[in-house]
Design a protein around this ligand. Structure first.
Ligand SMILES: Cc1cc2nc3c(=O)[nH]c(=O)nc-3n(C[C@H](O)[C@H](O)[C@H](O)COP(=O)(O)OP(=O)(O)OC[C@H]3O[C@@H](n4cnc5c(N)ncnc54)[C@H](O)[C@@H]3O)c2cc1C
Length: 474
């Protein structure tokens, strides 16, 4: 979200600094289900406005990031259950289409039983009546969406401070006038002065806005969602309902593998420490195996878990909390000028939320420049794809040139930044472990690491991916 806001503001000619405590995209934004979607499930919550607006954004992202966001065909298998169930799915599919009548993606289609089994032979045939086929979109490498927003912000004059943590607000009476920032690589402290500050710290928000808010009640409800990455198990993307509790979950083609997700359980603690539990893994594996009895869901490569930052609602189950974002205006709520916080919001809506935030900031700063982010493609869409004749890792088509680009032009400062959030090496089954020395030599050479720093970087990468590999069986 922060990178999207920085891009929007920089494109309007504002002078911008983006501050990230760890690595760009290392928070929730690198841990979602990676769908750009209206969210069929939100129809059940009667969130029609949210679904409509997210599906418009889906079109926008397909247009401005055609190299990162792709159409994805889904099947929703139909089993012989009561007429109410069938009617509910029919109405859901109809609404999903009606709310996106102006879309470029194909419309829904009802498939018969044999057509469904021909498309997805591994589906449980017992009681199968057919399936709905519909289209949504996927952003397989969501990390690059963040980096390219930051890159475009920088190309329009923004200052990007990566591995730099905002440690406090600079105050002038009842106004915020910037932040003190700790450069965590250099170990220095600096002051970033600003006429307006936006706090877009996702699931960290309650902690980062505490100094501005006398009310100690949290604004967020945090829920954890886990994903499994297994060897390729299905042909298509599927929307399924868990037998155990009726929850909707996905089985998706991703990066040459199959991803299963997600869970939704209340979470407390540091969002960076979220990881899959054995209950999560057992739940997803069991439910996926029930849907595809002959597919290999026991070959787990790795897992990831993310923490949703939802606008706090009490007294409802985790899955029923709205995914709609809110802006928290500290002037109106706490009498503090010069600062705004963003609560919640999906990746799908990141550009629109950034537009809403920047509209408000621009108004406060007296700028009349209009938003251009829905018109201008992200930088990677214009760049020629690098040759992959000499990939560094057998499992990912990453080249040396991409690593050089990551370090020289994309603020990668650690081995984990390069492997997990600039290139796809860390998202391959081996997670780069079989070529770690070669890659560490290359990155270390570019960043001038001595042997001790190189060894520390290798160890830090292994520590960072250890929670992802805890359930690995390959
Ligand atoms: C399990 C799961 C599945 C999801 N699936 C989808 C999906 O399929 N589609 C979809 O559209 N959305 C999905 N989402 C939602 C989406 O991932 C999030 O809404 C989105 O990533 C939030 O972005 P953000 O920038 O607000 O938060 P983050 O990505 O967490 O960014 C906040 C950043 O602030 C930084 N920060 C915190 N404190 C400081 C500080 N003091 N100084 C400097 N920096 C700081 C953090 O390091 C972090 O990088 C999913 C979320 C989860 C958890």
């Amino acid at each position: 979200m922060g990178a999207g806001i920085a891009r929007d503001a920089a494109l309007r000619g504002l002078s911008v600094a983006l501050v990230e405590q760890h690595d760009l995209g290392s928070g929730t934004s690198s841990r979602p289900t990676r769908l750009i979607h209206g969210g069929l499930r939100y129809l059940e919550l009667f969130d029609f406005g949210l679904v409509r607006s997210d599906m418009r954004e889906r079109e926008t992202l397909l247009r401005i990031a055609p190299h990162l966001v792709f159409p994805l065909a889904f099947l929703m298998p139909l089993y012989r259950r009561g007429p109410f169930y069938r009617l509910k799915l029919r109405v859901g599919m109809l609404l999903y289409d009606l709310l996106s009548l102006d879309k470029s993606l194909p419309k829904r289609k009802r498939l018969g039983r044999s057509e469904t089994l021909a498309a997805e032979p591994n589906l449980d045939p017992d009681g199968l009546g057919g399936a709905w086929r519909f289209y949504d979109a996927q952003v397989p490498f969501v990390e690059r969406l963040v980096v390219e927003n930051a890159a475009d912000a920088a190309a329009h004059g923004a200052l990007i401070l990566n591995h730099a943590r905002a440690t406090g607000y600079l105050r002038d009476g009842s106004s915020v006038v910037g932040a003190s920032v700790e450069d965590r690589i250099a170990g220095s402290i600096l002051e970033v002065h600003a006429r307006f500050t936006v706090n877009a710290t996702g699931p960290w928000l309650d902690g980062t806005l505490a100094p501005l808010r006398p009310d100690p009640r949290p604004l967020l409800r945090l829920t954890k969602g886990t994903h499994l990455v297994v060897s390729r198990a299905t042909e298509h993307a599927h929307v399924l309902f868990a037998k155990r509790d009726g929850r909707l979950f996905f089985v998706l083609p991703w990066n040459g593998y199959t991803m299963v997700g997600t869970t939704d359980t209340d979470y407390e603690g540091d969002p960076a420490a979220a990881e899959a539990s054995s209950e999560d893994v057992e739940y997803l594996r069991t439910e996926a195996s029930r849907a595809f009895p002959h597919a290999p869901f026991d070959r787990i490569h790795f897992t990831w878990a993310g923490v949703r930052a939802l606008v706090r609602e009490e007294g409802v189950a985790e899955g029923e909390v709205s995914r709609k974002h809110k802006l928290y205006d500290h002037r109106r709520r706490d009498g503090i000028d010069g600062v705004l916080s963003v609560i919640g919001g999906k990746i799908t809506a990141y550009r629109l939320i950034a537009e809403e935030v920047t509209d408000l900031v621009a108004r406060r700063l007296g700028s009349k420049a209009r938003c251009r982010t829905s018109e201008l493609v992200l930088p990677g869409a214009a760049r020629a794809a690098p040759a992959t004749a000499d990939p560094l890792c057998l499992h990912a088509a990453t080249t040396r040139e991409e690593i050089v680009q990551a370090v020289r032009a994309e603020w990668a400062m650690t081995l984990a930044d390069v492997l997990l959030r600039r290139t796809a090496i860390g998202l391959a089954a081996c997670q780069g472990l079989d070529r770690l020395d070669t890659i560490a030599d290359l990155v270390g050479g570019l960043l001038g690491w001595d042997p001790a720093r190189r060894a520390a970087e290798v160890a830090a990468y292994q520590r960072e991916i250890a929670p992802m590999r805890r359930f690995s069986t390959t």
